[in-house]
Design a binder for this molecule. Structure first.
Ligand SMILES: [Zn+2]
Length: 64
């Protein structure tokens, strides 16, 4: 299934959306703020199953 990844340009929310047709991705809205101002991003592995192992170094990611 063609699951594309989008990022909201308003709140920065990143989400994946199932796009069945070419016109479908035009109607993608942000699930967080409901804005239609989203941009499609290309992920190398898709949206599911990303395993990154970081042994050293501290990555501080603030969520929310
Ligand atoms: Zn948003």
């Amino acid at each position: 299934m063609p699951i594309y990844e989008f990022v909201c340009k308003v709140c920065g929310k990143r989400f994946s959306h199932l796009v069945l047709s070419a016109d479908d991705q035009k109607d993608v809205k942000c699930p967080q703020c409901g804005s239609a101002d989203v941009k499609r991003v290309f992920s190398p592995f898709g949206s599911l199953g990303s395993s990154t192992s970081s042994s050293s170094g501290g990555s501080c990611t603030s969520f929310g």
